[in-house]
Design a protein. Structure first.
Length: 508
């Protein structure tokens, strides 16, 4: 794909650019299946692989194309080192559950490695040590406390004053034997295997609701029904929560990645810092050449400075730190974090045990999606899984989740009110191409984007999920909701839920 990336204009994921998947038809009629999976990312495809292999009749649908969500826009580090988290997990859950958390993620790495071996998947899988480093003395005690947590939990790791990658640092905590890969090369083979075992796939098929009588049935936007015994919602944000109150129990964040031409050979290791702004660095292979992936700049979705400035900040960092000026790709991802930072995986509620959710991966989706697919398929196949209780979405930890619950919802309430009052009096005719503004049209808050050909696209900025006001995302040319992370294209279509309906168009 030839594009001018010298000043990156197009959000484009290297993973998506280098692998294409087979196209699948849209669902045009009502059907019956055993297991219906909604969402064709790594969770959905891994679950489809496991369940189809066990002889189940599995149908997978996706609202767009397979692997075009978070999975196609990840850093693809396969690690149990999820930032500085283990001391916090011990404090919230106790040592036993914190150890289970580590073990479940470590097993996910081994599972991926074994599958790659068994199926001979060429996906640039490499074992790498994972480093959390800091260049700020204030964070050194945090790393030291985390190391003590590693010791309590039996996690192999050590504190160090030097790393293979030559960047300014004062201290680092290394976790041994983690890994990285090309996620879509891996998934493509899993999908092919699942298809051989009878998996049916439909793309451009949006699930809008789940009806539940004796057994669940998915309703699609076109009015078709998928009758089944079990539903797996692998949609990033559950589109139907059966009063599981997921919007109140998670918050969305965006982060950014640039892929650059290697300025020199990348040493071993995968890196992330402990302080803000986040800087996450790894290498990847591209047709025998090497790319460096530099990521970070996390912020709450729909909030903060213009998003294009986050890409610019990464470019500035790459230039200053490594002298890099050759940018090949850039992309962004959205992640959901739960109240206690542990994902919600399992039956959606205690009353709905045949509808599953897998969400809130807190930016570490490669291991978490894999363990989610395993927990859910084990539950469906009536096999024991030692991690079911730890991840159950029905859990409520009193401390400190309730405080976090209050702060997430106070943030939503603030945006519910504040957003309605924020607009400009710009004359839309003065807009420059590829720019957007929020103004008032006939008294209504209206978002207007002028595309590169000068055409204006005007939308009612009230999010169709629960009524917050969306804001412009200049980096991705989308309208993003600060409350629960729904995102819409500049023509109003849903890019990401939980919203189920497009933004309304406004006549100018
Ligand atoms: Fe919930 Fe917008 S109000 S995503």
């Amino acid at each position: 794909m030839v594009q001018d990336y010298s000043t990156p204009q197009f959000p484009e994921s290297y993973w998506r650019d280098s692998v294409s998947f087979e196209n699948f038809p849209k669902l045009e009629k009502s059907i019956k299946t055993d297991i219906a999976i909604v969402g064709g990312g790594i969770t959905g495809i891994t679950a489809a692989y496991l369940l189809a292999k066990s002889g189940k009749k599995v149908t997978l649908i996706d609202a767009g194309e397979l692997s075009n969500g978070v999975t196609g826009h990840t850093t693809a580090k396969i690690t149990a080192q999820h930032g500085v988290i283990y001391n916090e997990l011990i404090e919230h859950f106790g040592e036993k559950k914190a150890a289970l958390y580590f073990q479940s993620n470590q097993e996910a790495i081994q599972f991926i490695e074994q599958l790659i071996d068994d199926l001979d998947i060429k996906c640039d899988f490499e074992k790498q040590d994972a480093y959390i480093y800091t260049n700020n003395v204030k964070y050194i005690p945090q790393l030291e406390t985390e190391k003590k947590a590693y010791d309590k939990l039996g996690i192999p790791g050590e504190l160090t004053d030097s790393m293979p990658l030559n960047i300014p640092m004062k201290r680092a905590l290394v976790m041994k034997d983690q890994a990285q890969f090309h996620p879509l090369k891996y998934l493509k083979v899993l999908l092919e295997e699942a298809l051989k075992n009878g998996l049916e796939v439909y793309e451009n098929t949006t699930a809008t609701d789940i009806e539940h009588n004796k057994e669940p049935a998915i309703l699609t936007r076109e009015g078709h029904r998928i009758s089944c015994n079990k539903v797996i919602q692998a949609t990033h944000f559950p589109f139907h929560d059966f009063e599981g109150f997921y919007p109140a129990r998670m918050y969305p964040e965006r982060s950014y990645i640039i892929a650059v031409k290697a300025p020199e050979k990348f040493p071993d290791g995968m890196y992330i810092n402990a302080e803000s702004p986040t800087r996450s660095i790894r290498s990847a292979k591209m047709d025998g050449e090497e790319l460096w992936l530099i990521g970070g700049e996390n912020h709450k979705t729909g909030q903060g400075k213009p998003t294009i400035e986050h890409y610019e900040a990464l470019q500035e960092y790459a230039e200053k730190q490594f002298g890099i000026t050759d940018y090949l790709f850039r992309w962004s991802a959205q992640d959901l974090t739960t109240l206690d930072k542990v994902p919600y995986i399992g039956p959606a509620t205690n009353d709905q045990r045949d509808v599953y959710v897998a969400t809130g991966y807190h930016k570490w989706g490669m291991t978490t999606s894999t363990l989610a697919a395993r927990i859910i398929s084990d539950h469906i196949l009536e096999q024991d899984n030692p991690y079911l209780d730890l991840y159950t979405p029905s859990r409520f930890q009193a401390d400190p989740s309730i405080r976090e619950f209050a702060s997430i919802n106070a943030d939503v309430a603030k945006h519910m009110v504040k957003g309605k009052l924020e607009y400009t009096n710009h004359n839309v005719n003065d807009l420059e191409p590829d720019h957007a503004t929020i103004t008032r049209v006939k008294g209504k808050r209206t978002g207007v984007y002028k595309d590169k050909d000068g055409k204006l696209h005007a939308l009612d900025t009230t999010c169709t999920h629960m009524g917050c006001e969306v804001n412009w995302n200049s980096g991705d040319r989308t309208w993003d909701c600060p409350c629960h992370g729904s995102r819409f294209s500049y023509t109003g279509e849903i890019v990401e839920g939980p919203a189920k309906r497009s933004l309304d168009k406004v006549d100018l």
